[in-house]
Design a protein around this ligand. Structure first.
Ligand SMILES: [Ca+2]
Length: 330
């Protein structure tokens, strides 16, 4: 049909293999060698793909199935969908052919987290909520991306180098239309524990070169908390520091008051998730005018405002305050 324009889904299977059991024989279906959605222009399409001969079962019972649908606009009349299949394909590895270019370069992988390319934010910004989506865009110029070589050559996502947290995503991989050289796969992480996580994505090309791409993310809990606020030393002999732990990296403000409630000093800075000694070089117990505080009891308030992750807008539960007492005794 020369006026047919649309798309063709095509799937090629390796040959059925005859297996013999004790008193009967049966046919094992062949695995998928190639699968793609191709653009049809004026009734024609073509596909090129790469298979390694030594991974083929081979035989006389290969199959190809195809389904075509038309790209319709509302004004033109549809010529309808079409489907077809071909059995008994002869599948054989051409081991004599040496025309294939040697490919020793693994696929190139680009990663997005919640639709933002990882390359677009600095390492300090790799903060994510406990649930997030990653997309892996894979490209291989020479031999194309491998989705059909079976055990040992899967496309995988692995969390924290754990075999128990390794997922085969090969069947979710989608080629870009009309090529087996590029495509992408998405993966959703749900409710990861707060803290640092390593994510490893692996993909093979058809010459069996493997790309391993690692990303480190820091999962932050939703609620900002200040834990165990204290001063040390206390009483302060003329210097002291505020110590506390945080559930998230935060902008920190510490306000020091007299017992009558008069604000006499404000300290600002950043503090990290985990234990903090603030300020790093201690505070010399001076007020805003640079005068030493008189001996006695003081109150302080620590305010931590969570550093927002790259993706989120300001939320109420990202701020926490704690009040404490300290004594100056020189
Ligand atoms: Ca390659």
């Amino acid at each position: 049909m020369p006026d047919f324009n649309g798309a063709l889904f095509v799937k090629l299977y390796d040959s059925f293999l005859k297996r013999n059991a004790a008193d009967y024989s049966y046919l094992m279906p062949g695995r998928v060698l190639f699968e793609d959605t191709l653009a049809i222009q004026n009734g024609k399409t073509d596909a090129h793909f790469f298979l390694r001969g030594d991974t083929l079962a081979g035989g006389k019972l290969g199959r190809i199935v195809a389904y075509a649908w038309e790209k319709r606009d509302q004004l033109s009349q549809s010529t309808g969908d079409a489907s077809g299949h071909l059995d008994s394909l002869f599948i054989i590895a051409d081991t004599l052919s040496a025309t294939t270019k040697l490919d020793s370069i693994p696929p190139d992988v680009e990663i997005e987290i919640n639709n933002t390319p990882v390359s677009q934010f600095s390492e300090n910004d790799m903060y994510v909520d406990p649930s997030f989506v990653m997309d892996f865009y894979v490209r291989d110029e020479d031999s194309g991306i491998n989705i059909g070589h079976g055990a040992g050559y899967e496309m995988t996502v692995q969390l924290d180098s754990s075999q128990d947290n390794s997922w085969d995503v090969t069947s979710d991989f989608v080629f870009d239309t009309g090529t087996n050289h590029s495509g992408h796969v998405g993966f959703e992480f749900e409710n990861l524990l707060p803290g640092t996580h390593q994510i490893l994505f692996s993909a093979w090309d058809n010459s069996l070169n493997r790309a391993n791409v690692r990303v480190q993310v820091v999962v932050t809990p939703k609620n900002m908390q200040i834990i165990d606020p204290m001063t040390y030393p206390n009483p302060a002999p003329g210097y002291t520091a505020f110590t506390f732990s945080l559930t998230n990296d935060a902008q920190v403000t510490i306000k020091v008051y007299t017992v009558a409630g008069r604000l006499i000093r404000t300290l600002n800075g950043f503090a990290s998730r985990g234990f903090n000694h603030f300020p790093e070089e201690d505070w010399d117990c001076t007020d805003e005018d640079g005068d030493f505080l008189a001996n006695g009891l003081y109150l302080y308030k620590i305010i931590a405002q969570r550093k927002r992750s790259f993706f989120e807008t300001e939320k109420e539960n990202q701020r926490s305050e704690r009040i404490g007492r300290m004594i100056v005794m020189r």
